[in-house]
Design a protein around this ligand. Structure first.
Ligand SMILES: *Cc1c(COP(=O)(O)O)cnc(C)c1O
Length: 482
């Protein structure tokens, strides 16, 4: 099937696009990189882009847009109310998911804010395969709590399972029986589970969860931010969809959900977000909030140019040639790392390559933030910026103790269609070098620790002067090389 097309005879992944505009990047010497990392408080979020060689922090708002997206931006209909741009975007989304109502919001978390205000009551529980940072923060801020019911294998680093993001049906039934349906504010399925390796959810699983929710009268919410990779996996890993059109998959998903929301910084490769539903009552309640928190109903805090780009980007995400590029590059990097012995999450998921920092830095405890330390060390070793997805990204418990993350991951995200294969190979090469010298990586200690979403702005220091040792080894092995 699609593999034949995307991997040629020599196992070469084929990009089904060509690059027509580029950005110059710079690779600073390791001594400079170490300085910038220290200035950034060993938090890769606080680095400046000019100091970074390859930015693999996230795929959010940094995907390469197509010529058709740029062209559409010039035709945006600029008006406060009733813009044609809105109606074009609305009709693309209605067609894609077969849902009736669309509400624009400026990004994914803005949708979460509105949804949480609609559904969360103090003391209620939102049940989901896995949380995303901003999702959990919005629910908890309104006095709700979350419960995660991902299948056990979803939290194992290595598995053969095709859909590790699935919800555990037994856990769902058990949670409903234990909590009582009136205490559950909604059930949420996150496509392409962001925090646990970009692992997909199967159509069969969505069907089963939807059936239970309908029987129990529970609202089912779908976070489609990482849908495009999940679509690729459904088509590739589930025989039922081998010969189906992508739009058949999105429409079926639409038929199973009460509400779909997404970050268009990811899905649609633009910047923005939106909420869809066919439930008129919910639509009307949410409609009151859009002008209050976002902007008038026909722009929702977005620029109309971005909305035009989004409409085209969404249509392009129904093209298997386009959506396969990220998961194939993730797979290439994962495979290369595995041959070099570097521990990664398998099977390869979407979004990026996920390095198992607990195995990589097995000499560090979770309280020493192994994934954060690895992110900092890897920036030193390569100029590549990744993101910590582990204990640092969690929030402390009310008693001040750490919430230890299920997984300690260094995520190397693949913005769509941004990097070349040689850059991917450089990443693998430097990571393999770091792995050989992993015992040089030390822990991190908070110097400034914000209470909410601390990973964004928190500043840390190193536990001992390990960056110095890393630089020394680098110079011994690579000489004058950058
Ligand atoms: C990024 C993301 C969000 C939040 O979207 P923003 O546009 O960054 O606010 C929500 N859910 C998931 C799964 C995401 O990946």
């Amino acid at each position: 099937m699609s593999d034949v097309k995307f991997f040629s005879g020599e196992n070469i992944p084929l990009e089904m696009h060509k690059v027509r505009m580029v950005q110059r990047v710079y690779l600073l010497p390791i001594e400079e990189r170490a300085k910038r990392m220290a200035e950034a408080g060993y938090n890769t979020f606080l680095l400046r882009n000019k100091d970074i060689f390859l930015d693999m922090l996230t795929d959010s708002g940094v995907n390469a847009m197509s010529e058709n997206q740029y062209a559409a931006m010039l035709q945006a209909d600029d008006s406060y109310a009733g813009s044609e741009t809105f109606y074009r975007l609305e009709s693309v989304l209605q067609d894609m998911f077969n849902m009736e109502y669309f509400l624009p919001a400026h990004q994914g978390r803005a949708c979460e804010h509105i949804l949480s205000r609609l559904l969360v009551t103090p003391g209620s529980t939102a049940i989901m395969n896995y949380h995303f940072t901003t999702t959990k923060a919005h629910i908890c801020t309104l006095g709700g709590q979350i419960e995660e019911i991902i299948i056990d294998e979803g939290l194992e680093i290595n598995s053969e399972l095709a859909f590790k993001g699935n919800l555990d049906i037994n856990k769902l039934n058990e949670a409903i029986a234990r909590l009582g349906r009136e205490n559950i504010c909604f059930v949420r399925i996150e496509a392409g589970t962001n925090l646990v390796g970009g692992q997909p959810v199967s159509m069969q699983n969505m069907r089963e969860v939807s059936k239970i929710c309908r029987a129990e009268g529970l609202t089912l919410v779908y976070d489609a931010s990482l849908l495009s990779d999940n679509l690729y996996f459904i088509k590739k890993r589930d025989g039922e969809f081998k010969d189906k059109e992508i739009i058949d998959i999105t429409r079926e998903i639409g038929s199973l959900m009460d509400i779909i929301y997404f970050s268009a910084r990811k899905l649609g490769a633009a910047r923005g977000g939106g909420i869809l539903t066919s439930n008129k009552e919910m639509f009307l309640q949410m409609r009151e909030m859009v002008p209050l928190y976002e902007g008038f109903l026909t722009y929702g805090g977005m620029s109309v140019r971005e909305m035009e780009a989004m409409a085209i980007g969404l249509q392009e995400s129904l093209d298997i040639d386009i959506i396969s590029q990220t998961p194939i590059f993730v797979e290439v990097l994962c495979r290369e790392l595995l041959t070099k012995g570097v521990p990664v999450v398998t099977p390869p998921g979407g979004l990026g390559c996920h390095i198992d920092a607990r195995a990589f830095c097995s000499h560090l405890s979770q309280e020493q933030y192994p994934a954060g330390a690895l992110a900092a060390a890897f920036f030193l070793a390569s100029g590549v910026r990744g993101m910590e997805r582990g204990t640092l990204s969690e929030q402390r418990n009310p008693d001040g103790s750490e919430t230890l993350a299920h997984m300690e991951l260094l995520r190397l995200a693949f913005p769509k269609r941004v990097f070349t294969l040689s850059q991917v190979r450089y990443v693998a090469d430097r990571l393999a070098w770091l792995y050989e010298n992993r015992e040089l990586i030390g822990g991190l200690i908070f110097e400034e620790e914000p209470r909410v979403l601390r990973f964004f702005f928190g500043r840390l220091k190193t536990d001992g002067n390990w960056p110095e040792k890393l630089i020394k080894k680098f110079r011994a092995d690579f000489g004058e090389s950058l």
